[in-house]
Design a protein around this ligand. Structure first.
Ligand SMILES: *Cc1c(COP(=O)(O)O)cnc(C)c1O
Length: 391
């Protein structure tokens, strides 16, 4: 097994000297090569001009598509680089030709922005949204999903790893059901990409979205969409510009063939380069090695937290990842996070409004979310647990 050289990756990460960063599900600390690449491009824009800098760095910009394609097991034509994961998801979702009576099958742990888009589409087009129940472990019940599929189902859209805890939904089993039924499958992989291997061929999804800033450790304001050639021709984006389509004559246009039909012309070039560097960094370490270390640290954190008085763990699922959700009896989650921040320990809070179907069903208002990455250490976990022990 290839191991991660923790000392080296911490040396690459300036933030490690200042904070115990356990908010990787919010935004991970970027490694130095990523920051350097972004800054260098901004400097070049300053020195020679924005268009000229893009031309001078065309190869590096194009490399980002190759890196992302390699990361998820796709072809470069299947990748669109976007300003965030939500817009990537939206552009895919709102491209589907909805009609009254269509059904969307989704999961209970679904992310708020996706659920809001389902509800808007239900209102606008008379589409029906059905939430597949969880199984006894709290992951999407694949047998129930199979039973719920019928001719009216136009989309299966689920979140791989929800924002609010350690659950890993059985993405590949869901993919089998989608393939058997010939239904389009959209996977929100915002919290899984970068912390574990995610391969669109193994999963069998048609569409997949993720941001740069979370477990990939890329720049903020970046994200991407994978769109398989299988579904691409059916998906005409709701917005088209002169990059997504070509104005071929006075009264006609042609949408481009590749996934860049979802992009717009103007973009954050420095960020796009930085995203590619972040993906290279992850691929160099190896996603298997990353997952091994993240799982090791998260398991240790859960074990330690479970021994603390008044601390309750809320992670569900057969397989659990680097996100650890907990509450402290008698203490408001926001206050807990604030107190920790004062001690240079970064965690975040997930609130009911970010995943209402899940929080409401479990009677939870909010949870503290500690999310580990491979550059975290046992010492940082000790610091978190010691801080929680103090009244
Ligand atoms: C963070 C997150 C998103 C949104 O990603 P952005 O890049 O902020 O748009 C979507 N889904 C899940 C599960 C997330 O955790």
């Amino acid at each position: 097994m290839v191991r991660i050289d923790v000392e080296r990756v911490r040396e690459d990460t300036a933030g490690c000297e200042r904070v115990a960063h356990l908010n990787n599900a919010g935004a991970a600390l970027p490694p130095r090569p990523v920051v350097d690449a972004v800054v260098e491009h901004l400097r070049l824009e300053e020195e020679i001009g924005g268009y000229e800098a893009a031309a001078a760095r065309a190869e590096r910009i194009e490399h980002t598509y190759d890196a992302l394609a390699r990361l998820v097991g796709a072809a470069r034509e299947d990748i669109a680089v976007m300003e965030n994961a939500t817009r990537a998801w939206d552009l895919a979702f709102y491209s589907l030709p909805w009609s009254a009576g269509d059904r969307i099958l989704t999961a209970r742990a679904e992310y708020a922005s996706n659920a809001i888009a389902f509800l808007q589409t239900a209102r606008r087009h008379g589409v029906q949204v059905d939430v597949v129940p969880d199984d006894e472990h709290g992951q999407l019940d694949v047998d129930a999903l199979r039973r719920m599929v019928d001719d009216r189902v136009k989309l299966i859209a689920v979140t791989h790893v929800p924002t609010q805890g350690g659950l890993v939904n059985p993405a590949a089993e869901i993919g089998k059901v989608a393939r058997e039924a010939g239904v389009v499958y959209l996977l929100d992989a915002c919290q899984s990409v970068g912390q574990m291997p995610v391969d669109v061929r193994e999963i069998g999804c048609d569409l997949l979205t993720a941001p740069g800033r979370k477990f990939l450790r890329g720049p903020r304001g970046t994200g991407f969409l994978y769109c398989s050639p299988r579904v691409r021709a059916q998906l005409e984006p709701p917005f088209l510009d002169l990059h997504a389509a070509e104005w071929t004559s006075g009264d006609s246009y042609r949408v481009r063939e590749d996934a860049r039909r979802f992009e717009s012309w103007e973009t954050f070039f420095a960020g796009k380069i930085g995203l590619g560097v972040a993906v290279d960094y992850a691929l160099d370490l190896g996603l298997d090695a990353i997952e091994d270390r993240v799982t090791l640290l998260a398991d240790a954190l859960r074990h330690r937290l479970s021994a603390l008085p008044g601390v309750r763990l809320h992670d569900r699922g057969v397989r659990q990842c680097g996100i650890v959700a907990f509450t402290v009896d008698g203490h408001d989650s926001h206050r807990v996070a604030e107190e920790l921040r004062g001690q240079r320990i970064n965690v975040s809070v997930s609130v009911a409004g970010s995943a209402r179907w899940d929080f409401d069903a479990r009677g939870l208002e909010s949870v503290v979310r500690a999310s580990v990455h491979y550059y975290n250490t046992d010492g940082e976990i000790d610091r978190l647990c010691a801080a929680l022990l103090r009244p």
